[in-house]
Design a protein around this ligand. Structure first.
Ligand SMILES: Nc1nc2c(c(=O)[nH]1)N[C@H]1C(S)=C(S)[C@@H](COP(=O)(O)O)O[C@H]1N2
Ligand SMILES: [Mo]
Length: 220
């Protein structure tokens, strides 16, 4: 087995994770979920997830690397290749102008971005199933992005909107890197990756305890 990327440690489980501001929001899944396509496009529009069933299904097993230094191996995602979705649905329906970036939005109001090149790379998926089960709310129902070569914060859960942008969209904070490539340890901005690594490693045990004990609202 290949070694994990620099600074990552393997964990056996897969906790729901994210900034507390978002992770404690368990979004209500609409009866007919849609993706809003907008931004720098000729025709902003709405695509029902049922329309994705015209695309070829794709399954892959990949690693997942959270910037907080944990990695999970062997997740079996199923859904659609993002590139297929973009080329066969987004482009014909929304008619993007010459944008080079994508903003991804979740039902919990989370947002992140990817360069279009990174989003169209191999292994980037829209996943609606994990390890053979329908994607749970915990992990991003009804559909989420999966970008294994990027830190977990780029893999937007509960995806409900995609915006094409001509200019770099920026980030929510310096703890997110505009590109976030794991192989280059692009953990955040303004400091080298290994400094973020040291900070997260020191906090990992207590963070894992917090996220492993998250309860859905209503659970006892
Ligand atoms: N919508 C949304 N997407 C999100 C987040 C979030 O809080 N909300 N957290 C990100 C972070 S930091 C990580 S590590 C992964 C965690 O995915 P998981 O909850 O399925 O483990 O989701 C990413 N995508
Ligand atoms: Mo993360």
């Amino acid at each position: 087995m290949l070694p994990l990327p620099p600074g990552q440690v393997e964990i056996p489980d897969f906790p729901r994770w994210g900034l507390p501001e978002y992770v404690l929001r368990w979004p209500e899944i609409p009866g007919r979920p849609v993706l809003q396509l907008g931004g720098d496009v000729r025709t902003p529009c709405e695509v029902g997830l049922e329309e994705l069933t015209s695309l070829q299904r794709h399954e892959q097993i990949s690693e997942f690397h959270c910037v907080a230094t944990w990695s999970r191996r062997g997740l079996r995602w199923s859904g659609y290749l993002f590139r297929d979705f973009y080329e066969r649905v987004s482009v014909p329906r929304a008619q993007p102008n010459a944008g080079a970036y994508l903003v991804l939005r979740g039902l919990d109001e989370y947002w992140t971005s990817l360069s279009l090149d990174d989003a169209l790379a191999e292994e980037v998926m829209l996943a609606d199933s994990l390890d053979g089960d329908k994607l749970s709310v915990e992990h991003g129902a009804p559909i989420r992005l999966v970008a294994p070569a990027h830190y977990g914060y780029k893999s937007a859960k509960h995806l409900c909107g995609l915006e094409v942008r001509r200019d770099p969209p920026g980030t929510k904070a310096d703890t997110e890197h505009p590109r976030g490539r794991v192989a280059r340890e692009e953990r955040g901005q303004g400091r080298p990756g290994r400094e973020f690594r040291a900070m997260y490693s020191a906090a990992l045990a207590s963070m894992l305890q917090y996220y492993r004990n998250l309860k859905r609202p209503g659970d006892s």
